[in-house]
Design a binder for this molecule. Structure first.
Ligand code: ADP
Ligand code: MG
Length: 461
């Protein structure tokens, strides 16, 4: 990653390729009549196929940085390199066909149908009618809009969230390797925003683009970002690292203020239920003899038994006391069972537990099959473990981000930047950091795993 000429697998002009890397090399933007540059000598490495979030206070230069990548704004100085190609002097219109662009509320043309909005770039590229039509259907399905219902509608006949989805479909139309998003979910209500964020992550799983996304919402950055760049005025990098690292080890009080309160709770959104070791449970079925179930609970030292149906889906969660009143397990379902999917975040799991006041939740996998029990202690242990792992991991593989010195200098000094140096600090001293072994996307799948053999013995297991 430290070689600026590095090309991602596949030629960048092959439109079937997913993301390509982006490099901003000492890029500066001065607006006429402004005393200070809006972007001040920024060098930023954006790895291929990852989501990089640009965050910072209003006016700090996020939008300017983003628009210099697709040259809606011309840099005053510096170079932009896309997948190894210097595109600084490339024709802007041509460049923008390789870069999808999504803005607030989708930025749709109001006088054009959904279909025509989505088809815009493919039409410019001279695709056949047939191919365009197929592509529009495919894209609308990708963003969870039924083509039969929506292709002929006009933007004003859509909700804000639907407009935003069409905006994403349009940006992806010609399958560009890069997607730029400027506060894409800023104009929708919190619930729709959450849904759109989840959807973007799902789409990204499928398409693996290089996504650069501007937000002023730190929680959104934590949720979406493989890497987060925190800017202060002049697009000066205060910290560029993984969400885990930024939460565990903020570079300065500026970052701390930006994170706001509850860094630990934010870490809960980074780990998923299937990252932690679940506790086993005594499982019973409709019609089972209650005494025998109680015997099995004695042997396992459990105070509760999970009742599942003939497809192993949890239906009820019975205490000793409840079982003591039964002869056999009745075929009843408790509509208020605290159930979470294994892909849910630990934050969602905690919510479920708190709402049910059970202190624990039942975890289900595919087709709602019962997998095990997660409890509050498991979650607390997982946060502690994730926090410690993030502190240990010194961001060795973090992409380069710096405001002074060229990329070559930085690369020559090893992976020096990108881990919280002050803007003027230059490259941090090298060779003092153990290799954290972080994967390039900063998402250690096991980062949130509790120590092995963790028994969830509190609550209702
Ligand atoms: N067209 C422009 N002309 C002059 N100044 C501008 C222009 N666009 C942005 N700026 C200034 O540049 C700075 C960065 O703006 P911007 O990149 O839009 O910030 P952000 O997206 O982080 O809110 C701000 O001080 C803003 O006022
Ligand atoms: Mg902006």
């Amino acid at each position: 990653m430290s070689e600026i000429t590095q090309t991602t697998p596949g030629a960048p002009d092959d439109s079937s390729v997913s993301g390509t890397s982006i490099l901003l090399d000492q890029v500066t933007k001065r607006y006429p009549g402004q005393p200070d540059p809006a972007v001040d000598g920024l060098t930023l490495e954006i790895p291929a196929g990852r989501i990089v979030m640009l965050v910072g206070p209003s006016g700090c230069g996020k939008t300017t940085t983003l628009k210099m990548i697709n040259r809606l704004i011309e840099p005053s100085e510096g170079r932009i390199v896309l997948g190894g190609d210097d595109v600084t002097d490339m024709d802007g219109d041509k460049l923008r066909r390789r870069i999808g662009y999504v803005i607030q509320a989708g930025g749709l043309f109001p006088h054009m149908t959904v279909e025509n909005n989505v088809a815009m770039v493919p039409k410019m590229l001279g695709w056949s009618k047939d191919r365009i039509s197929k592509r529009v259907d495919e894209l609308l399905e990708l963003v969870s809009l039924d083509p039969a219902l929506y292709r002929a509608r006009y933007p004003k006949e859509l909700s804000g969230g639907q407009q935003q989805r069409v905006g994403v479909a349009r940006a992806l139309a010609a399958d560009p390797p890069v997607l730029l998003m400027d506060e894409p979910f800023g104009a929708v209500d919190p619930i729709t925003r959450q849904r759109l964020q989840d959807e973007l992550l799902r789409i990204q799983d499928e398409v693996q683009k290089t996504i650069v996304c501007v937000t002023h919402d730190f929680d959104e950055a934590v949720k979406l970002g493989d890497w987060i760049a925190i800017f202060s005025n002049g697009a000066r990098l205060v910290q560029y690292d993984s969400p885990e690292r930024i939460l565990a080890d903020p570079a300065s009080s500026f970052v701390e203020d930006f994170i706001g309160s509850g860094a630990g709770l934010k870490q809960l959104t980074l780990a998923r239920v299937n990252d932690v070791t679940l506790a086993e449970a005594v499982v019973a079925r409709f019609g089972d003899d209650a005494k025998q179930v109680l015997d099995r609970m004695d042997k396992a030292s459990h105070d509760h038994a999970v009742v599942v149906d003939d497809r192993d889906r949890p239906q009820d969660w019975l205490s000793r006391r409840q079982l003591g009143r039964m002869e056999t397990i009745p075929s009843e379902a408790d509509p208020h069972l605290p159930v979470v999917g294994e892909r849910a975040t630990l934050n969602d799991a905690l919510d479920t537990m708190l709402v049910s006041s059970a202190g624990a939740a039942l975890v289900v996998g595919r087709r709602d099959v019962f997998r095990g029990v997660i409890d509050v202690q498991t979650i607390m242990d997982a946060i502690t473990a994730a926090h410690e792992a993030a502190i240990q991991d010194t961001g060795h593989d973090a992409p380069v981000g710096i405001n002074t010195g060229s990329m070559e200098q930085v690369a020559g000094n090893g992976k020096a930047a990108g881990n919280g140096q002050e803007p003027d600090g230059g490259p941090a001293p090298d060779g003092q950091e153990p290799d954290g072994g972080r994967s390039p996307n900063g998402q250690e799948p096991d980062g949130g795993r509790a120590p092995d053999g963790q028994e969830a013995d509190g609550g209702r297991s």
